[in-house]
Write a protein that binds this ligand. Sequence first.
Ligand code: CTP
Length: 550
Amino acid sequence: MARRAHVYPQVAATAADLVDGSVVGVPPALAARDAARLARRRNADVVAVGRGAYALREDAARAEALGLGDLAVRRLIRPLPVVPAREREVAVRRRLAAGAPGVVVMQGRAPLGVVRRSIAPAVVSMRPRLERWLDADSLALLATVGRLAEAHGARAYAVGGVVRDAWLPRARVPRDLDVVVEGDALIVARALAEAVRGTLIEHARFLTASVALRDGRSIDVVTARSERYGGAGSLPRVMPAGMGEDLRRRDFAVNAMAVELASGSFGLLDPLGGRDDVDRRRLRVLHPLSFVEDPTRIFRAARYAARLDFALDAWSARCRALALELAPYGELSPARLVAELELILADAEPGRALAALARAGAFRLLDPRYRATRAGIARLAAMPATLAWARTQGLAVEGVELIATTLTAEAPREIAGAMVRRLGLTGAPLDRVRDALARAPALRERVRAPGPTSAAARAVREAGPTALAWLDLTNGASTRPAVERLLTQVGRARPELAGDTLIALGVAKGPDVARVLGALRDARLDGKIRDRQGEIDYVRGWLQHGEKEG
Ligand code: CTP
């Protein structure tokens, strides 16, 4: 039988036929600035950095724009697929469609060139999946946004978590929806607010708006944009752009998918391989300087990894290591750092995320000299349990203060001070952190020691929530039952007499009132006073003979 190819002879394109860019070789230690210049001169998109390692010219240029022109170009290498010249076209196209920014084509042992241009892949409809996953109202709402955008000459897309999580076997349906508009987001948001009779909040300067729905959820409507970072860790300048660019500016490929909302079929846009990454439970940055441009992504990665049970791929972990090496980030504000820690604390698996951050050295962002210890990592992992316990005890603990306490407990004084400053802790919060650390040893002994209840109860009462949480985190196994008992007793031992009554009985206004109230409480704790009359007698005695008589 004749082979098909003989019957239907046809010209099959090979990788060599597709090459549309060139590759130039550079020494690995060459500065990014010089690599970018050389590549520009040679009109090359890709630089070969030693054998089998490649960097993109655009990444070298990005390093320069960030003020990192001196960085060795080998620090910017990215995994690029490499194929022989005779590889079939379809195999090359498949790699580009999976999100590779280019495919290097080899002629023997030397790179022949690179294929960068990809043909738009067939659009996959997400309608069936979204119908199974989202409630009918949310789906109808998304379709409404799509129609309204179209009516105003724009195009709307759902992006971020809602698209990512739709590919997971089990995920919580997001409360809030993120929509990107190619065109004027503000006009679309206004039309949406009117259509659903929601409340509109516009941030015209940022070309964004949000519409609060009457059921308590909200939709963020954002103009598609590109971002330019003028410095490491600074806030970017944003410019309206197309959807392709908008997806490329994002943190991880899994968060860089979009679903078009106008056609009714909810077609998926996945130019960067996000879906494949969801299947592999992989977090992959979109360029080697992603974490340098925005170090808060280090915290985001830990939060997603812990919540979704994903992991950074090896290359992205190296990109994170580079970003941490380049700390400190003067332009990264304490408020942004604290906001990320709070997001972690409010997310599904804070202990896992915080411990993973410590293991990765991420707290170098607070001070480059900081080194996590085993004890510190274990405490970060145990922190959510302590915070949950504190809530059951009615202790209002600020999670970030407890993180700060944990980090500073194991750092030398100078480094600890710098870290706390980096978190913007001053005034009362700073005092609470310092106090928790200073008070812990004596508090532990006092709580465990036998003896009159009042002395231990006074120690617990004076300690304050942060100090008690810190004691629990460090010594909870031996102190928790005693602290719980003492807190209950302190709660019950409230004097019946109020401050005003004490003053009416003759106690001088001012610190004496607190002193007498404290003494009444102690006397109740130790069983010396049992009722109101006992308190009155006590106060009279105190007034006659002074404090020591009590
Ligand atoms: N994003 C980013 N870099 C950041 C913050 C956000 O690229 N530092 C992008 C991501 O594409 C992200 C989207 O903005 O998907 C929306 O961010 P956010 O609302 O914080 O996250 P969600 O995707 O909604 O994910 P989740 O709600 O599950 O945290």
